[in-house]
Design a protein around this ligand. Sequence first.
Ligand SMILES: Nc1ncnc2c1ncn2[C@@H]1O[C@H](COP(=O)(O)OP(=O)(O)OP(=O)(O)O)[C@@H](O)[C@H]1O
Length: 371
Amino acid sequence: MAEYYFHLSGLSVGYQGTPIIREIEIGIHQGEIVTLIGPNGAGKSTILKTISRQLQPIDGNVVFDRKGITAYTYKELASRMAVVLTERMKPELMTCHDVVATGRYPYTGRLGILTAEDEEKVEEAMRSVHAEELGARDFNAISDGQRQRVLLARAICQEPDVILLDEPTSFLDIRHKLELLAILRSMAKSRKITVIMSLHEIDLAQKVSDKIVCVKGDHIFGYGTPESIFDEKSIRDLYDIDNGYFDPLFGSIELPRVEGDPQVFVLSSCGTGIRVYRSLQKQGIPFAAGILATNDLDYRLARLLAVKTVTAAPFEPVPEQAYAEAGELIRSCQKVILTDFPIASGNAGVRRLIRAAQEEGKLEKTGLQEV
Ligand SMILES: Nc1ncnc2c1ncn2[C@@H]1O[C@H](COP(=O)(O)OP(=O)(O)OP(=O)(O)O)[C@@H](O)[C@H]1O
């Protein structure tokens, strides 16, 4: 068996002796980022609480650096593991600086007096999450997103070997989400800190994690690299999605397509159709798209949002059948939208479709191109 830095083996977690997730088997290497994903109430926080020793396991073991987690003293664990959970801390009369400074307590004497070096580490941690200006503010009177950043600073200045975070990005704006994930990535890669967290943003989980744990039902639904976990079917099954799509290639989430007979035919290529598709979808207009090579950027989205997509194999002449299908759609739709994509001089096929749309009096252009 491989020697794991962090190993959950035969672990069952739950409350009052009743397991919620059973028989968890997860091996984590040092410096990996492992993200728990799964629907609300699946048990992600329960797993994090158990491995941070806030909750007794119902069965099985958590081994950290070759030692059972219960064999650590609380002080030892506090110097090696930082925990950022969602439970609201409500400290009395503490400034944000004071809260961050508690991250240094495992290193101070009984009186908790910080040395100049400790102070420098506190300041540095606050700077790294852009929370310097919050230092003197009352921790109970800041926003949720600011609180998340202050708690991350506390974890950073704790200089842990492992950091556990429960939904650390939930209250952050986009800039701070990206910053937080970049900080975690850099901590993992340059300082070999192992990160175990839960995230609701599966697109971010896909981009930041080395491994993904899917939590659903009473067991671990899947565990592996993002490449092995993120296919359309697994994500649909994990979240029981029947009203939209997840595109694993870009990690994008799409609303369901507008069904019905297509009213508009979008003639596009090279990603120029995407804005038009989204606009039609928002207006509730069913549309068709084509003729798209299956390696065209537009195809990625058309296959999800268009009622009908006329396709062709990449790097092959477009078959006559595809022109016939596109011609039929041009006749049946009320409008043809031509986007501003470069049309090669030898591309007689597209010009044929444009002419057909002109003859029907249905052509509308989104750009200024000559046709
Ligand atoms: N203290 C508790 N006592 C008993 N049951 C609890 C307790 N805390 C949570 N639960 C239950 O355990 C289950 C798992 O909850 P948990 O908070 O671990 O889910 P989660 O995956 O983190 O959900 P979310 O994505 O909504 O944060 C839920 O059914 C929840 O109601």
